[in-house]
Design a protein around this ligand. Structure first.
Ligand SMILES: CC(=O)NCCCCNc1ncnc2c1ncn2[C@@H]1O[C@H](CN(CCCNC(=O)Nc2ccc(C(C)(C)C)cc2)C(C)C)[C@@H](O)[C@H]1O
Length: 346
């Protein structure tokens, strides 16, 4: 037994097999709820359908009954076939100029992508600071806040260092105008899931008729020599380094020394002290070439320590170091003048 949903833009229908895998005790992964939410999201894009569907089918259905879900899907499909047929007639079918998904829709698509890809979440270490299982709970909104906080253009290349199953990369590819989004992940299980996440993401985005930028999910160790260039060519670097040790952070600082001025690094632990001041004792610190600031924690987000999470925005700026040496030189020149003056008067 299966349930089909026709695409609002005439792409291939998606199929769910019944019985649906019920959320492992949590409704956010309940595929039946996902089907109803999908119909609601399609209605958001098609106001002509919103009222009739809400009044007729979205008001009474039983997610535990196949018959009820079957009739829900059949009536949705009938309505959609009508709209798609109508659009086929018009000269400029609206969806040909695909738009980016709204933030609400993208959150739903990332959940659908996760549900259809990560079939055994227990195989992922769920104690990660941002476990993929609950991505939509806080990480999604957090990344939205980062997107609002840093100016992003189509000249930008984004990289997520240690990208897990790829949720942040997919979100950035669909939510920003970056010309390329890259994720590098070394562990086997998340990398394998990232492949199916990518496949299902493309299927869902095509099904909704939504556009997204180019992205690459790479399996590898981001410290490997072969990825130095991927990092040095990036202009926006995300690294959730909260649980990284000093050795790993040091290795990352080495890569950051190659980044161009203006490049932004957003992390969950700061790479240099917030009150770093250049002196002749810390000239080799990464702090000499970057400004760092603490970003406001996401409203409502608390970390497992109970304190609100805070984030750090680092911006590469070598003029800091240049002006330090300028001042040093001027100071030396003044000292020399004073010496000369004092010599000449003696
Ligand atoms: C071969 C080998 O294992 N060598 C050891 C190398 C260690 C360092 N190199 C690594 N290379 C590649 N991937 C590695 C290596 N270290 C570990 N990871 C992977 O990071 C993943 C965990 N990721 C999260 C995955 C999802 N992505 C996010 O949460 N991204 C993200 C980034 C920034 C933010 C903000 C802006 C808010 C700060 C929010 C979210 C973080 C915590 C590091 C795990 O799957 C690890 O396997």
């Amino acid at each position: 037994m299966e349930l089909k949903l026709h695409s609002p833009v005439g792409a291939e229908p998606v199929c769910y097999t019944w019985p649906l895998i019920y959320g492992r005790g949590n409704d956010k992964h309940d595929r039946a709820t996902e089907i109803v939410d999908t119909i609601r999201w399609v209605c958001e894009d098609l106001p002509v359908l919103k009222l009739p569907l809400e009044n007729n089918i979205l008001c009474n259905y039983d997610t535990k009954s196949y018959e009820s879900m079957k009739s829900l899907c059949d009536r949705y499909n009938k309505a959609i076939d009508g709209v798609v047929a109508l659009e086929k007639g018009t000269s400029l079918p609206a969806h040909r100029t695909a738009n980016s998904p709204s933030r609400g829709l993208l959150k739903h698509i990332l959940l659908q992508t996760y549900n259809s890809s990560v079939t055994a979440p227990e195989r992922l270490n769920q104690y990660e600071p941002f476990s993929p299982e609950v991505y939509g709970e806080t990480s999604y909104d957090l990344v939205c806040q980062m997107i609002d906080h840093i100016k992003i253009s189509s000249d930008d290349i984004f990289i997520d260092l240690g990208s897990g199953v790829g949720q942040v990369v997919l979100q950035m590819a669909a939510a920003t105008s970056c010309k390329l989004c890259i994720g590098i992940e070394c562990a086997d299980v998340p990398s394998l899931y990232a492949e199916s996440m990518s496949k299902n993401f493309r299927t869902w985005m095509r099904w909704y008729g939504k556009k997204y930028g180019e992205y690459k999910l790479i399996k590898g160790d981001f410290l490997a020599e072969e990825y130095r260039e991927n990092i040095s060519q990036s202009s926006i670097v995300f690294v959730n380094n909260f649980a990284f040790g000093p050795a790993l952070d040091h290795q990352l600082k080495e890569r950051f020394a190659d980044l161009r001025d203006g490049v932004k690094i957003v992390s969950s632990k700061n790479f240099c002290s917030l009150n770093f001041r250049i002196s002749d004792r810390n000239l080799s610190d990464i702090g000499t070439i970057m400004h760092v600031s603490e970003m406001p924690p996401l409203k409502g987000s608390v970390s497992w320590t109970g304190r609100p999470f805070s984030y750090f925005l680092h911006t590469i700026d070598r003029t800091k170091l240049e002006s330090y040496f300028q001042k040093l030189k001027q100071a030396q020149l003044r000292n020399n003048e004073d010496d000369n003056n004092s010599n000449s008067t003696t």
